[in-house]
Ligand binder design. Structure first.
Ligand code: ZN
Length: 102
């Protein structure tokens, strides 16, 4: 799978992802599946470790991201979001290390 180019729509930092948290442990982002939108497109959530924003984006057939919206969650809301999106334990550990989660 090719690397996915990511740019945080809130702070502008960019990076490349394998879409695999185990491979992307040092990256400034992690990506997880968010939901399927009305048109059937898979929407992914990209968490930016630099500013704590979540970028919702769909991945097109050329593995390019189309950004939909950017939002921020904190504390309990972020914790709930992680459970809802089934965020991996590696990503949770990293969120804690960066003090986005208690
Ligand atoms: Zn950011």
């Amino acid at each position: 799978m090719p690397l996915i180019k990511v740019t945080c729509q809130a702070c502008g930092i960019d990076g490349e992802l394998n879409n695999n948290i185990e491979l992307d442990e040092e990256a400034d982002f992690f990506m997880c599946h968010s939901h399927t939108d009305y048109s059937g497109a898979e929407v992914h959530a990209l968490f930016c470790f630099s500013c704590g924003s979540i970028n919702a984006a769909s991945l097109d057939s050329k593995e390019e991201l189309k950004y939909l919206l950017t939002y921020k969650l904190d504390g309990l809301d972020l914790e709930k979001w992680c459970i809802e999106k089934k965020v991996s334990s590696i990503a949770i550990k990293k969120l804690k290390k960066h003090h986005y989660l208690e």
